[in-house]
Design a protein around this ligand. Structure first.
Ligand code: ATP
Length: 575
């Protein structure tokens, strides 16, 4: 069995790419931890040497030295924090594109599109650990045994007390982890549900108000929020309890250490300086443990994110590398194409075969739900048939590079959506430096140029959810986006659903121009106006091909009210 190369191996590779920086952090940590001995050593010297000798010169010299050493420790500690932040940023940057790509591929499956998008959040959760105090604590933790060993040097009894205290703290951390492991995950899942519902409600706020759904939606949101809050409070109660317990215990342990030390001093088994130094060493040694416990919720989220992200990337491999094929000839062939909706028993499209040749415009008509939009998405390679083959310019769709294929095809979806950006960027398919002449040319073809110029900011008008364009204006801009560049095939799904008579005429003109240029056009519709320029008519019924042939012939034989429809088509097209 071959081991998967996607998923966890990708995470590990991104992690390893920052390894040399982590080695630098490790080296910095060596010095930071050695410099942490400055305090106890200074204490030892002051108590045992300065106070004993009553030498002010020694005190001043030691004090200056300590100042320099602490300054050095501060600089090194700051530097390793900066490096760790960059290791995290590097980890995220290496995976950002891949995760975004995987989310996009995953969203092509309709039932996943509506679900929560975890990938980027998981990645963010892992990165956050690098900027949290937990990460330096991990690099400090290996020094804990050294500090405890140093306490043994002062006196074995003190060392024994330190070990017992350390073991108790680690036990507390493990118990905390065990008690909160389910609560944290549950709280995160419920918070995600609440956030997703809030986003959805915000996007559809008009329908929420118009249909009096404010109360029901906010009650549903509050329920999710309530679950999230209850779990968070319960988890935070446990974590808070353990954090307080740890803190109080560590302070008590330091006092216990002092008490034991004082007793040993009274018995003449150690010096007063050693007693103070041992107490400080204990504080230093146990600080990383305390810090990790304090950051436990963050660490748990990062561990869960690592597991979820690895599994997600494993299940969503990147698109296979393809050759950049040259621009295809505008001929499309389908043979026996069958498509199932995920989990469906009956096919949405069954054994569909037809071809469209250069210079031809074909209309695909059928009742609502007959499978026209599914066919359009299949022709675009967005839905994969379970059987049959589909070729553009002689090559199967998956032989094309996905982005390149997109430039060869102009697509107008049934439900138009524009992106946050200027009209010109939207027409240029969100290219950051659009070619103005091609943008204007596409707008002209879609009869959108005058309309765009009439807007206060013209082509620079910002498009955003909810404004400032009407449905028809959006459709014309989306049509211009389909025309942008030099597509060889146009696939238009209900192109004049929001167009007025003038817009429909312009669309017919554009289709005529496309045919004249030897390109191919496919229009999914049930509006007669849209088939005026179509030479071919393909009728789909319940996902099956019912008829395919010259438009007028098919109209005569297949459509019940052929006469009326034909008259309407010919009258509207001015033929
Ligand atoms: N990704 C998919 N893969 C296969 N089938 C799907 C997919 N998504 C939806 N379907 C199925 O396709 C059926 C037909 O829907 P489709 O939107 O293609 O019809 P349509 O002819 O365009 O209808 P309308 O004219 O109302 O837009 C739906 O009933 C649904 O079960």
């Amino acid at each position: 069995m071959t081991r998967p190369r996607n998923g966890f191996p990708e995470l590990r590779q991104a992690w390893r790419s920052g390894m040399w920086l982590l080695v630098a952090v490790f080296l910095f940590s060596v010095f930071v931890n050695l410099l942490m001995l400055t305090g106890p050593l200074f204490m030892l010297q002051v108590y045992d040497r300065v106070l004993g000798s009553r030498s002010e010169e020694t005190l001043v010299a030691l004090f200056l030295l300590v100042g320099v050493l602490f300054a050095l420790m501060g600089v090194l500690d700051f530097a390793r924090g900066r490096i760790l932040a960059r290791v995290g940023a590097r980890f995220q940057t290496m995976l950002d594109r891949r995760v975004f790509g995987a989310v996009m591929r995953h969203s092509l499956i309709p039932q996943f599109r509506a679900g929560p998008v975890a990938g980027p959040r998981d990645l963010e959760a892992i990165r956050t650990v690098f900027t949290s105090p937990a990460m330096p604590a991990f690099f400090d933790a290996p020094w804990t045994p050294l500090f405890i060993a140093a306490i043994f040097v002062f006196h074995p009894l003190l060392g024994g007390l330190a070990v017992a205290g350390g073991v108790f703290l680690v036990g507390v951390a493990a118990l905390n982890n065990w008690l909160t492991r389910h609560g944290t995950a549950g709280a995160q899942a419920a918070a995600r549900d609440a956030q997703d519902l809030a986003d959805q409600a915000r996007h559809s706020c008009e329908i929420v108000y118009a249909q009096g759904m404010n109360g029901t939606i906010s009650a549903r949101w509050q329920r999710f929020q309530g679950i999230a809050l209850a779990q968070t409070v319960r988890t935070s109660d446990w974590t808070g309890l353990f954090a307080s317990l740890t803190k109080a215990f560590r302070l008590f342990l330091q006092s216990a250490m002092l008490a034991l030390g004082a007793w040993l001093v009274l018995n003449g088994e150690m010096t007063a300086g050693g007693m103070i130094a041992a107490s400080i060493l204990l504080g230093r040694g146990l600080a990383p443990v305390e810090q990790v416990i304090g950051q436990w919720a963050l660490l748990q989220r990062a561990f869960a994110g690592w597991k979820a992200l690895g599994a997600f990337l494993e299940a969503t491999p990147p698109a296979p590398e393809t050759l950049r094929l040259p621009k295809p000839t505008p001929s499309l062939t389908l043979r026996g194409v069958t498509v199932f909706a995920p989990g469906a028993r009956q096919p949405t499209l069954s054994n569909i075969s037809f071809s469209v040749t250069p210079g031809e415009a074909a209309a695909i008509i059928g009742k609502s739900g007959s499978g026209k939009s599914t066919l359009a998405k299949t022709l675009l390679g967005l839905i994969h048939p379970v059987a049959g083959e589909l070729r553009l310019g002689g090559a199967a769709l998956d032989q094309y590079d996905r982005d390149a294929l997109g430039t060869f095809i102009g697509y107008l979806p049934q439900q138009v959506s524009l992106f946050a950006g200027t009209i010109s960027e939207n027409i240029a398919r969100m290219c950051p430096d659009p070619d103005d002449s091609r943008v204007v040319d596409a707008a002209h073809r879609a009869n959108a140029h005058e309309m765009i110029l009439s807007l206060p900011d013209g082509y620079k008008t910002m498009v955003h959810a909810g404004g400032p364009l009407s449905g028809g204006q959006c459709q014309r801009i989306a049509l211009a986006r389909a025309f942008y560049g030099d597509p060889v095939l146009l696939i238009l799904d209900e192109p004049n659903s929001a167009l007025d008579g003038e817009g429909s005429e312009a669309l017919n003109r554009a289709v005529r121009d496309f045919k004249r240029d030897g390109k191919a056009v496919i229009i999914m519709t049930h509006r007669p106006m849209a088939i005026a320029e179509c030479d071919r008519l393909i009728v789909v019924e319940n996902g099956r091909l019912k008829a395919d042939g010259p438009r007028d012939e098919v109209l005569r034989t297949m459509v019940k009210n052929a006469g009326d429809l034909q008259n309407l088509v010919l009258r509207r097209s001015g033929a």
